[in-house]
Write a protein that binds this ligand. Structure first.
Ligand SMILES: [Cu+2]
Length: 437
């Protein structure tokens, strides 16, 4: 995006926190589960994950939070209505996953150093919430959002979308095929910032995976077509205009509340591969490191992180956790806060935005996530995910620009003892598969 605003101008209340992270997550859209034996998490089968908002400090954020709650309640009521028709054995308790999940900045520096924007807190992202027509929310529900200084905007879409195979498995003898077609639950908004439009999407998959993505569309900035210094790309017949290359560094802030507790633990895993020296194949050694202090982490081949519940275990006695799976990212070395792909900080409510923070952390407090990593012990971690996209424009970016997505997934690891969609006749196959005939 590009707007002729002072990029460092702080405009309180410009944020539409994508605190739109509502709804009952998985089972709301999953095929109706098969009957289960009685008892909590019997056979380790699925429980419904859900998200709950947390009460923010800013009045405006509170209003949005309220909306999130209303929607979450509505979803819950519907879910309960559905469950009323189920025998007791099939009613399952939800498992809390997140206390809060929000978009935490979109930082856009241009390659020539001439412009740099913090779209959420410096360029009016929240004011740009767009009204959506029903056609933009196919099969779903549009909800009205109150935006400070703007008014009501019918801008929040909640809908479902076909996903295709959730799983497929043939028996050894080929006599039977188990397969399921799934739907995702999607919650999204569109915000216009300058000539760019951002789609903020939260996606809940029937297998428990949560996806956070931002899609950039709209139009290239018409005032940034002057890159004759080699920092752009020629667009138009011959080479009439040079669109200036730039980056979109998108940040999310996640506060987990696994099983209702914020006492989560962060673990990092690294695997080292050794090529074979004699007989046998290559070998791999995987090492776990518990992240006990605040950390600015860098993605690396065969490295991953998970957030582990300090209290909750699944029916097999394994600690519940969510793995952070980043999508493709271009890490931008230009600022301290864009240098790293992930940050773990001791949670503080005033630390809301990864850069140009407008949370009230007090006079002289640092205003970006890299500076909040200062050696504190992690007892209540916040997770900041940074996914960057270096945008070198192309002819196809006009007009309008096709949506370009960037984001990450939260993938359940040992949240349930088996696949939450396991059909009844496979429910006994926990531990060692027996495909039978
Ligand atoms: Cu761009």
């Amino acid at each position: 995006m590009s707007m002729q605003l002072d990029p460092r101008t702080r405009r309180r209340g410009t944020v539409l926190a994508a605190a739109v992270l509502l709804g009952t997550a998985t089972a709301a859209t999953a095929p109706r589960p098969p009957p289960r034996p009685a008892g909590p998490d019997a056979h380790g089968t699925a429980r419904r994950a859900r998200l709950l908002g947390r009460l923010p400090h800013h009045p405006e954020a509170r209003r949005r939070h309220h909306l999130a709650h209303v929607l979450a309640l509505r979803h819950r009521r519907r879910a309960h209505a559905r469950q009323d028709h189920l025998p007791a054995a099939r009613r399952r308790r939800p498992i809390k996953v997140l206390a809060s999940a929000r978009l935490a900045q979109i930082h856009v520096p241009y390659d020539d150093g001439g412009a740099e924007y913090d779209d959420l807190t410096g360029a009016g992202f929240g004011y740009g919430l767009q009204n959506l027509k029903p056609a933009e929310c196919p099969g779903g529900t549009l909800t009205t959002v109150k935006v400070a200084d703007v008014g009501d905007v019918k801008g929040l879409c909640t809908t479902t979308r076909a996903r295709g195979h959730a799983y497929r498995m043939a028996s050894d003898g080929g006599t039977k095929v188990w397969q399921a077609q799934a739907k995702d639950l999607l919650v999204y908004t569109v915000n216009k910032v300058g000539w760019y439009e951002y789609i903020t999407e939260w996606r809940f998959t029937a297998d428990g995976t949560i996806g956070a993505n931002v899609g950039a569309t709209g139009s290239l900035s018409p005032v940034d077509y002057n890159a004759t210094d080699g920092r752009g790309w020629p667009l138009g017949k011959g080479a009439r205009g040079y669109a200036t290359s730039h980056a979109h560094n998108v940040f999310w802030k996640l506060d987990f509340g696994l099983d209702g507790s914020t006492k989560d633990r962060i673990e990092q895993f690294d695997s080292a591969v050794t090529a074979p020296t004699g007989g046998g194949g290559p070998t791999v050694k995987t090492t776990k490191t518990v992240v006990t202090k605040e950390l600015a982490g860098d993605a690396k081949n065969m490295r991953w992180w998970r957030v582990v519940s300090g209290t909750g275990k699944n029916a097999d006695g394994h600690a519940r956790s969510y793995e952070i799976v980043p999508g493709h990212t271009d890490t931008h070395a230009g600022r301290g806060f864009t240098k790293h792909g992930i940050y773990f900080t001791q949670s503080r409510a005033c630390e809301k935005f990864a850069s140009n923070n407008i949370g009230d952390c007090g006079q002289g407090a640092p205003d970006s996530v890299d500076k909040w990593v200062n050696g504190e012990t992690l007892t209540k971690p916040s997770v900041w995910v940074n996914i960057g996209f270096h945008h070198i424009a192309r002819d196809e970016d006009q007009q309008p620009m096709p949506v370009h997505w960037q984001g990450f997934q939260l993938v359940p690891r040992d949240v349930t003892a088996m696949n939450p969609l396991t059909p009844a006749d496979l429910a006994s196959q926990n531990g060692q598969p027996d495909l039978g005939s």
